[in-house]
Ligand binder design. Structure first.
Ligand code: DC
Length: 219
């Protein structure tokens, strides 16, 4: 069983995907965390973010993997570093779309994501999962929400991690990222003909998960 969840930043994808994967005992693959980890490493190593070739070489020599512990959160490792928190920093967020726009990087990431899903039941979230990574997924969900609601959710998340951000600047950052993610040539964010679209603006996580489970049950 493969469940693909796509949608813009702050639509609730990762919390929904995590909850769903726990309920169904499936593996959860957060593909945004992979692009973020590579961005983190590029910033750490001073790799030029305008140099696709250098970034590709960096990506080839970078091991990104997930590890589950007792907490509901799974940890993200880049080489041997636990980057779970640092990859959510405003600095990484502001550069990640640039790196994710390079076709060679996307090809490599998509290849790794497919390998991770091979022979497993998975819930995978991102932007191009239904279209590029798992085109034959059993279910393709597209989660969205109003930009105001998405910015409010992101602000709450950032505040809980100790970042002092303003709602307006988060709203601008999300709007810019949405635009970049929707405009790129390869793996652009879009609703597919076979996507099930869920607007989560006025829904709790539990309601979204229940909606998805009912779609699966009805099938
Ligand atoms: O879901 P997120 O906010 O953690 O994703 C971070 C960035 O990575 C986002 O701006 C777009 C990019 N991304 C992508 O291009 N393709 C994916 N499958 C997942 C994320």
């Amino acid at each position: 069983m493969k469940i693909a969840i796509d949608g813009p930043a702050g639509a609730g994808k990762s919390t929904v995907a995590k909850t769903l994967s726990q309920l169904m005992s499936y593996i959860y693959i957060d593909t945004g965390a992979m692009y973020r980890s590579l961005t983190w490493k590029a910033l750490q190593t001073g790799t030029n973010l305008n140099d696709e070739k250098a970034l590709y070489e960096l990506a080839e020599n970078t091991n990104i993997y997930f590890q589950k512990d007792d907490s509901p959160q799974q940890k993200v490792f880049c080489d041997s570093f636990d980057v779970s928190e640092e990859i959510r920093s405003p600095r990484v967020s502001s550069f990640v779309s640039k790196l994710a726009s390079y076709p060679s990087i996307r090809e490599l990431m998509v290849k790794r994501q497919r390998e991770m899903a091979r022979n497993h039941s998975v819930v995978m979230d991102g932007r191009d999962i239904g279209e590029c990574v798992l085109p034959d997924a059993n279910y393709k969900l597209f989660l969205t929400a109003s930009i105001e609601e998405r910015a409010r959710r992101r602000l709450k998340e950032m505040n809980s991690q100790g970042y002092e951000e303003q709602l307006e600047s988060i709203k601008n950052e999300i709007a810019k990222r949405d635009e970049d993610d929707a405009r790129r040539d390869m793996g652009a964010l879009k609703v597919l003909p076979d996507s099930i679209v869920i607007d989560t603006s006025n829904m709790t996580i539990e309601q979204v998960v229940e909606r998805i489970l009912s779609v699966i049950r009805e099938d």
